[in-house]
Design a protein around this ligand. Sequence first.
Ligand SMILES: Cc1cc2nc3c(=O)[nH]c(=O)nc-3n(C[C@H](O)[C@H](O)[C@H](O)COP(=O)(O)O)c2cc1C
Length: 349
Amino acid sequence: MKFLGSHGHEDHSFRRNDFQTNIYLYRSRTFVMMANKSLSEILGIQYPIIMAPMFLVSNAKMLIAAGNAGITGAVPALNYRTDEEFRAAITEIRSKTKGPIGINIIVNKSNPKAAQHLKTCVEMKVDYIITSLGSPEEVIRQCKPHGIKVFCDVVDLVYAKKVESLGADAVIAVNNQAGGHAGNLAPEELIPLLVKNCNIPVISAGGVGNYAELQKMLSLGACGVSVGSLFIASDESDVSKEYKQACVDYGAKDIVMSTKVSGTPCTVINTPYVQKIGTKQSWLERVLSKNKRIKKWVKMLTFVRGMKSLEQSAFGASYKTVWCAGPTIENVKAIRPIAEIVKDLVSQK
Ligand SMILES: Cc1cc2nc3c(=O)[nH]c(=O)nc-3n(C[C@H](O)[C@H](O)[C@H](O)COP(=O)(O)O)c2cc1C
């Protein structure tokens, strides 16, 4: 197969591998080439894959391993308790891998640290930022002059158009197979919808656990993918052995959506403890979170309490196990180094 440059001519500067993602879509009996730059090209990486930011799970070791395996990793700024720790992690990653560094900033109002996180990212000149759960406006405004790329999580076309108009460099299309706060649309619907209607590249998040699924998202028009759950059971993650082993032992059928954790629907493994506490907020919690005068505080309290229980489950050896993961743990057969996970993901069997 020939790979054409973004202006339609044969481009010999491209590395010729399976992941050249100038995509031909068969539309109205003509092949139309999408002006969709490959993520490899955008970030200068070998394979068009982001190891997705995962609250509590992602760390510097994982980003270094990802960078050295030919992909790139992103870490939530919230995974660091202090600004000093956050800065030290960026410095360490930079010293141990040449790969680009990505940081996830939760930009909604329940994150009081967002402004400081952004300031640090700009000062430390990270390579790209992934925004989630709110408006990326301020992040884009501050990052643009420094050449820091901003990729924004979106779940539908309306929001994708909004972030595009604000100047986002790419959208991350979070589909209904994603781990964490999943979207509502299937990748088959979401990716072509955004590719057709947006003028910025579309990165797909959710449902990639093997080579065939990676190829599927690329052939739907994504310029790259963001993969999270597959990397929880990695040697480099600091979460407990029990959490990692659960990703090996449980499969896609064991993933349920729970609002119990943070108030927002989130995918969790259906452990006996999750079955015991249920996946829906109680009647009282629902009523309180709708009360006009106190809902802000109730939501914040639910969020903080949920994060605490996730943290205890992720690192502790308690029977109260609320482990966040998506259906792609179906593909996890052992706890392994990130280099091996990546090698498998990019190799046709
Ligand atoms: C354990 C876990 C924690 C996550 N934490 C975050 C987070 O802090 N911020 C964020 O933007 N997305 C978060 N996500 C979503 C991922 O960034 C990504 O969109 C998702 O993992 C892709 O779907 P996949 O798990 O099927 O690969 C999380 C996902 C998981 C599984």
